[in-house]
Design a protein around this ligand. Structure first.
Ligand SMILES: [Zn+2]
Length: 275
């Protein structure tokens, strides 16, 4: 809930989430979060937040609910996403993590354990010492200007200071309810073995994480499986949806998404055949 652009709920300094891990230095300009997060309203009650200082940035979707706002994925998490969302009038929160890659779960560290939900397999993957896929984090993918001005550090140093995932609440049920939404949680392995999509049957929304987006599928990652991915694409295609909220790049309408599923299936099939 909440009006975007003005704060409607007071952010308490004693909130446990404000005591989140302290290894990352406080940003130099507290009131300049707009340089760090970008927010746009993409349809009624649905907002997209991104972290443009990181070129590979993942999408963070905020769906306004009746009592609770539903946030899907949390970005890289160098700056405090929760604080930013509260400043825009959102909250209380329920968060769902689509898979355990660092660019989707990094910001979970700023929320409370009660607020963050993930499937059991994702949590298992998050239990390691470090975020998954950090080997793909490259200094050149950061806008140096912003990192230097905001944190007074080089991207390399900033990356080095940020390592450990926060533990989250286990979600073992088949659905997640945030009124007026009720999402089915669908296992869509392929990109990783812990990839999950969310499907809203009434509103015909599919949230795909990195199981499908407008771009090329990365198939050389740890825990990726091309054969499983083809199966997941087929299962997603068989659902009735009108819009896709993906883990990266633009929101896709039906025609574009169907075309992307066809392209990805063909790319993945060819790779399975060649291997
Ligand atoms: Zn990913």
């Amino acid at each position: 809930m909440g009006d975007v652009g003005c704060s409607t709920r007071a952010y308490s300094a004693s909130d446990p989430s404000s005591q989140a891990e302290r290894e990352i230095p406080t940003p130099l300009c507290q009131n300049n979060m707009k340089n760090i997060f970008k927010i746009q309203t993409i349809q009624s009650y649905v907002h997209l937040v991104t972290e443009p200082y990181y070129k590979e940035h993942a999408n963070i979707f905020v769906l306004e609910g009746i009592n609770t706002d539903f946030v899907i994925d949390t970005g890289i998490g160098f700056a405090n996403l929760r604080e930013f969302l509260v400043s825009k009038g959102f909250g209380p929160f329920k968060i769902f993590l689509t898979h355990s890659h660092y660019d989707h779960i990094g910001g979970a560290r700023h929320f409370t354990q009660k607020e963050v939900w993930a499937a059991e397999r994702t949590i298992q993957r998050m239990r390691g010492e470090k975020y998954l896929g950090l080997q793909y984090l490259r200094e050149k993918d950061f806008k140096k200007e912003i990192v230097k001005n905001f944190w007074n550090m080089t991207p390399k140093k900033l990356c080095d200071t940020w390592t450990s995932p926060k533990r989250v609440k286990k979600k073992t049920a088949q659905t997640i309810k945030v009124e007026p939404y009720e999402f089915k949680i669908i296992h869509v392995p392929g990109h990783t073995d812990d990839s999950y999509a969310l499907y809203e049957t009434k509103k015909k929304i599919l949230i795909t994480g990195d199981a499908l987006y407008n771009g090329k599928p990365y198939t050389e990652l740890l825990n990726s499986d091309r054969g499983a991915w083809v199966g997941s694409l087929g299962r997603m295609e068989n659902l009735e949806w009108n819009i896709i909220f993906p883990g990266h790049n633009n929101v896709m309408r039906k025609e574009e998404a169907k075309q992307m599923i066809t392209n990805w299936t063909s790319i993945l099939r060819d790779q399975v055949f060649m291997s």
